[in-house]
Design a protein around this ligand. Structure first.
Ligand code: AMP
Ligand code: MG
Length: 283
């Protein structure tokens, strides 16, 4: 199954999230079958990241957006833990600091975009500026509504410079969110994650869906597509996201750079000599 085709938000097309089942799983997939697949993908992501790093001409930006408890942290933990920490960074976008708020909304995002050879994951992102900002009326409509185009221009600039951009909306149902909140209340290891604000945000579900629908439909582009991932089942979410990342990295034409020395010459000069027991320095 080509999950990119299946879950892409077609550029320019209106999006109705109510029509996408958050409990969807691939007819052919089961949790038992998915776990080894996910492991394979994670291992492949590690190999491809090494290649991206060595190639050093392109980069990958993964944007994760979702409501609370939809699995953004789970995706980071399960799927990116296999990568070499030297080549991957994760940034969590919170309420802007005073310094960030004193700049244009893209400023803090731009500082964190991946350098060539690097993978960066945005856990929340510049999209909050057309989501939470809209829902909570933190800026007037004239301000947030002009941001879709600004975001598209910003992302186009990154793409032209060699960054591949993948954007995932993790789609869960209100019932599933409530069940996960309850688990956080019940599990001492997760107590710290829950706040009353999380329950208050839930009340705004409809408004968030409207904001997401418009944002995703206006900013899904050929070069920086959005994918709506059914996320009620964590295993299916991990399967779909990891496969899309592997498929994308695989088609980036990543290559090991050529050797910087004449291998034969160096081998002969240093290794043939070593066989003759040449000593370093001294007598
Ligand atoms: P969490 O992801 O649960 O740690 O929460 C981070 C919080 O920061 C969320 O409630 C976001 O909506 C909020 N946040 C992120 N970016 C912005 C922004 N640009 N303006 C206002 N709030 C934001
Ligand atoms: Mg939260």
């Amino acid at each position: 199954m080509d999950y990119r085709k299946r879950f892409i938000v077609n550029p320019g097309e209106a999006l109705s999230l109510a029509k996408i089942d958050p409990s969807h799983t691939d007819r052919l997939a089961s949790e038992e079958a998915a776990l080894p697949e996910i492991q394979k993908h994670v291992a492949r992501m590690d190999e491809l990241q090494s290649l991206l790093y060595a190639d050093a001409s392109q980069s990958l930006l993964v944007v994760l957006q979702a409501l609370d408890a939809a699995g953004k942290d789970g995706v980071v933990r399960h799927l990116f833990s296999g990568m070499n920490p030297q080549g991957v960074s994760v940034f969590c976008f919170k309420k802007p600091s005073a310094d960030e708020a004193a700049h244009d909304f893209l400023w803090r995002a731009h500082q964190r975009t991946p350098a060539r050879g690097q993978v960066v994951v945005f856990n929340r992102s510049h999209y909050e500026d057309v989501l939470v900002v809209r829902v909570h009326k933190l800026a007037p409509q004239s301000v947030w509504s002009s941001r879709y185009q600004l975001i598209n221009g910003f992302e186009k600039n990154l793409v032209l410079d060699g960054t591949r951009i993948l954007k995932f909306f993790l789609h869960i149902s209100p019932d599933e969110q409530l069940a996960r909140f309850k688990q956080r209340l019940d599990d001492p290891a997760s107590n710290w994650k829950i706040s009353e604000a999380d329950y208050a945000e839930r009340e705004l579900w409809r408004d968030y869906m409207t904001a997401y629908e418009e944002a995703l439909s206006k900013t899904s582009t050929k070069d920086a597509p959005w994918y709506v991932i059914p996320a009620n089942h964590k295993w299916f979410r991990n399967l779909a996201v990891s496969q899309i990342i592997v498929d994308t990295l695989q088609e980036m034409g990543l290559k090991l750079p050529p050797a910087r020395v004449n291998l034969q010459e160096v081998a002969q000069k240093y290794h043939a000599a070593a066989a003759k027991q040449v000593h370093l320095g001294g007598s």
